[in-house]
Design a protein around this ligand. Sequence first.
Ligand SMILES: Cc1cc2nc3c(=O)[nH]c(=O)nc-3n(C[C@H](O)[C@H](O)[C@H](O)COP(=O)(O)O)c2cc1C
Length: 171
Amino acid sequence: MSDIPLFFGSSTGNTETSAQIIADEFSSNHDLMVRMVNVADIEVDDLVAESDKIIVGVPTWDDGELQQDWDYLFEDIDDLDLSGKKIALFGHGDAMGYPDTYQDAIGILAEKFRELGASIVGLTSVAGYDFEESKAVEDGKFLGLCLDNDNEEDLTEPRIKSWVAQLATEF
Ligand SMILES: Cc1cc2nc3c(=O)[nH]c(=O)nc-3n(C[C@H](O)[C@H](O)[C@H](O)COP(=O)(O)O)c2cc1C
């Protein structure tokens, strides 16, 4: 299998750090290579990677908005053809500080990626999370992996390990 691209945006480093943990986990325990790409360095067409499997990391900023670098790409995203792509999303957020827009960015990107033909994999349970509202929730599940280093950093690594094991079967 070719490398799996992991496209991330990160303003204060949390999503980048988790991207690296995800890449390390895939290579150490699942024999799969992940290639990290900071979306600050690419054009929107680069998202149509040669791989059918794509990982996306997006934190939520500005009360329910995409992180800035994703926001720039999003302006020009409508012409992409993502049909046949399986996309797994993870995000960072702050459930205590922003309980009504918790991880909205995952929901915003998931909806757009589906519109463009992709299927979303790597859904996770909301059990154990404490928040009010989130665009990342559909039918009682998150449309990806939600991480929260502001309040529960100790859970980040175990959550990633279990999600990567799930993706290794869903991809
Ligand atoms: C001004 C500001 C607005 C934020 N808005 C949200 C939000 O609406 N929802 C959320 O879940 N987290 C929100 N956060 C929390 C960030 O997503 C969180 O700190 C995250 O770890 C940042 O990721 P990064 O370091 O990869 O940029 C906000 C943080 C700040 C400082």
